[in-house]
Structures are given as C-alpha cells and as structure tokens.
Design a protein around this ligand. Structure first.
Ligand SMILES: Cc1ncc(COP(=O)(O)O)c(C=O)c1O
Length: 365
C-alpha cells in the first residue's frame, strides 16, 4: 500500500526551529516572559498580513473574539453568527453577554438569512471566512452593516493572508480576530490576534488583555482577564512569518492543482474570486451517502480527510440549544455533504495527485 496521507501536518523548517530555540533562550535569559519585545514584533509584522493599522496578540482566537465583543458592548444585544462555524465564535459572544442569533449558509453566509435575522437588537454581524475562503458578497454585507448601523466583525481564524479584490481578511470589517491554534496556517501553539485600524479600540483591547489595568498598572478599570500571549509563543509565531508569503503561494498552488485535477467530477468547490489562505480545501458532493462513501473509500486507501468545517452546525449543538429558534437547512445540508481534502504546508504535488487519483477512481466505479 502507498504511504498514508494525513489530513494535515504541523511542520517547521530547520531554520525556524533554530530561530525558535535561539530566541526562546534569549527570552528566558531576559526575564521578560510576557508582553515584551517579541510580542510587539509579532504584532508589528502581523498587521502587514491583516492590512490593518493595529494588531494585538492574545492567548487564543476565542479571546480575540471575546475582547472584541466586550468592547462593542454586546451585553443583552444580538450578535448574528453563522451556524456553520466553530464553537468559539458563538461562545465568545455569549461570554460577553450577547444572545447569539444563528444565520444560515454553506461555506458562505446566506445574505437573505442575515437580512431576515436583523432586528433593532442586532449589534454585530460576524462573518467567518470558512477554510480561508472569503465570500463573494462580503462587500454587500459590509454595506448592509453600514446602512443599518451594525458592526461587522470578521472571524478570520482560518484566513491569514486571504484576500478579495486586493483587500486582506481582517481589514474588511470593523474588527478582525485570528487564531494561531496548531492546525492553523501560522501557529504559536496557542494564541490569537485582534486586528483593527482604530487605535483607540486596540488600546482598550490591550487593557482587557492585561486584567483590565490602566497605564498605572495598579488600577483595574475594565473586567478583563489574563489574556496575554507569552513571549515564547510570539517567538514561535515570528519564526514562521519569514516564510509566510512563500507558504501561502504553495498552499494556493495545491488548491489550484486539486481544482485542475477534479473539476470534471460531480463535485463543487467554494465559488469565490478570493485568494484563499489555503487553510482548507473544501469540496461538496451530491448527498450525505456519497460524502460518507467517498470518505470511507479514501480511508481504505490510507488517505485521511479529518474533520469537516463543521460536522455539527452550532444551532444543533446541545450547549446552544436554548438559542436555537429555527431550522437552518442550508447549514444542515452543508455539514453533511462537504469534505475537507488533505492540505499542509509542504504537501507535495505527487501527494495531491494521489488523493485525486483515488477520488477519480471512486467516481469511475
Ligand atoms: C472559525 C474559528 N473561530 C475561532 C476559533 C478559536 O480559535 P482558538 O482555538 O485559537 O481559540 C477557531 C478555532 O479553531 C475557529 O475555527
């Protein structure tokens, strides 16, 4: 049997490992283990990727979202959230006191569903760039938000370096949140980033990040938390930034190759003109039976497809049951018929070809 192909690999180059080892040594020798020069350098470099004036590193993507929601004062207000997203998007809003209102969609938001769910209580609409793909109608959603006086928050946890019409993920809405969880295209082991072009907002976020303390360092003026990123995590993130553009180009070539090899089959890729981050390669098939059959067939050939984005829509998750007011048929269908194909940083083109050959074999039987 051919070598197994996992759904993803978390990899570092030799140079990156050397940079990490050397600089963790420097961090330990300096005695500054948190909120030091590496975190600042990571933030300064990351804002070039998000295309925003400011960036603030925190301890997770979930925290990045929660701080944004707290600053926007969503308490007892509604936050519109796609049902097809990670638990984090909704729990961050709930923890900030909001009621999550789930809207429908597949890989992309359904605009009609969003419009139907807006009420005078709506404070924020969240768009999640699922798998690193930005939806074609993001600027229409932005216009709608401006017209209705609603904030647009981008959950860009998957979308480091994604862009549409030359605009980077994170700089389209009012505020953006990124994750550096190990599976993401840049990782700090655990970590997140808040991005915005509003400096006052970021200064407030910095207060939330460090136990709500003002510049005196002794007065707690906001209900913050210990939400800091450590210097060691910032070093791990910085190490990958040097190769980021090369990596993104490679990931996009992988996606293009999948598309070229598979576009004659009865499957579909997300339809968008965006340049994705390459976090995920998402395909949709005819129905659940076909999706299960294809995943099993791939597994028999030692090819793993891992988890979907996402297998259970949030409005059906037990923890959010009390907020579930309606059926969301597009999300429910999408959760059953999509598959994420293998992709990682240094995936070889022969590995993509092998995955594609197995998929072609599945459809030729
Ligand atoms: C869409 C989305 N938002 C937010 C998060 C939360 O990020 P973290 O795990 O860094 O808290 C994730 C995590 O994978 C995610 O997929």
């Amino acid at each position: 049997m051919s070598k197994a192909i996992p759904s993803l690999k978390v990899l570092f180059t030799g140079n990156e490992k050397k940079y990490i080892q050397d600089n963790i040594g420097r961090v330990l020798d300096s005695g500054y283990l948190t909120l030091g020069r590496y975190t600042k350098e990571f933030e300064d470099n990351f804002k070039k990727i998000s295309g925003t004036k400011c960036a603030l590193a925190v301890n997770s993507g979930t925290t990045a979202l929660e701080i944004i929601f707290r600053i926007l004062d969503v308490d007892r207000r509604d936050v519109l959230i796609p049902s097809n997203t990670n638990f984090a998007t909704a729990i961050a809003a709930v923890n900030a006191g909001a009621r999550p209102i789930f809207y429908d969609g597949d890989a992309f938001p359904n605009l009609k569903s969003i419009e139907r769910k807006i009420t005078p209580k709506t404070k924020v609409i969240v768009v999640v760039h699922i798998g690193g793909y930005i939806c074609e109608n993001i600027f229409e959603i932005k216009k709608l938000c401006i017209k209705r006086g609603i904030f647009l928050v981008e959950d860009a946890a998957h979308a480091h370096g994604s862009e549409i019409n030359g605009v980077a993920a994170g700089s389209i809405g009012d505020f953006g949140a990124f994750s550096f969880f190990p599976t993401k295209v840049i990782t700090t082991c655990e970590g997140g980033m808040i991005v915005a072009s509003n400096n006052e907002f970021i200064q407030k976020a910095a207060i939330y990040r460090d136990q709500g303390k003002d510049e005196s360092g002794i007065r707690n003026i906001l209900p913050g938390n210990s939400w800091r990123m450590s210097e060691i995590e910032a070093v791990v993130g910085l190490a990958q930034l040097k190769n980021f553009h090369k990596d993104t180009k490679h990931r996009r070539e992988i996606i293009d190759l999948y598309y070229k090899e598979l576009n004659k089959l009865p499957i579909s890729f997300p339809k968008t003109s965006c340049k994705p981050s390459g976090y995920k390669v998402i395909i949709s098939v005819k129905n659940e039976k076909e999706a299960t059959g294809l995943k099993t067939f791939l597994k028999e050939q030692a090819i793993s497809t891992g988890k979907g984005v996402y297998d259970i829509p949030l409005h059906l998750q037990p923890v959010f049951k009390k907020f579930n007011k309606s059926k969301l048929p597009i999300s429910e269908k999408f959760s059953k018929i999509h598959i994420c194909l293998p992709i990682w940083r240094f995936m070889k083109k022969q590995e993509v070809k092998r995955v594609c050959d197995v998929i072609k074999l599945f459809y030729s039987r």
